[in-house]
Write a protein that binds this ligand. Structure first.
Ligand SMILES: [Zn+2]
Ligand SMILES: [Zn+2]
Length: 97
């Protein structure tokens, strides 16, 4: 997945974060387009994504829904409708992720 398009030639660019460069927000960074060689500027906005899980993996009774399994040999895949957990249940009903 590319991060940005070069403003000069529109070629998709991946921002080079070597040595942590370009992670500072509220700052203008520079990178040279690998396609046309023009230098362009970019700013970085870091977004966070969170997932929530029931404490200690104790999903309330009735909160688990059977969903299609991508690996049928592992058994039925389950999703908790109270939190973001998706996984398999062991044979002893112990929740495994
Ligand atoms: Zn370019
Ligand atoms: Zn849950």
């Amino acid at each position: 997945m590319s991060d940005v398009n070069c403003p000069n030639c529109r070629e998709p660019q991946e921002i080079n974060h070597d040595d942590g460069y370009g992670y500072d927000e509220d700052k203008t960074h520079e990178q040279e387009c690998h396609h046309c060689g023009e230098t362009f500027e970019f700013t970085t906005e870091i977004s966070y994504e969170y997932q929530v899980f029931c404490k200690d993996g104790q999903h309330p009774e009735g909160a688990l829904e059977a969903i299609g399994s991508p690996r049928p040999e592992y058994g039925q895949c389950w999703a908790c409708n109270r939190c973001d957990w998706v996984g398999f249940l062991g044979t002893d009903n112990e929740v495994q992720s």
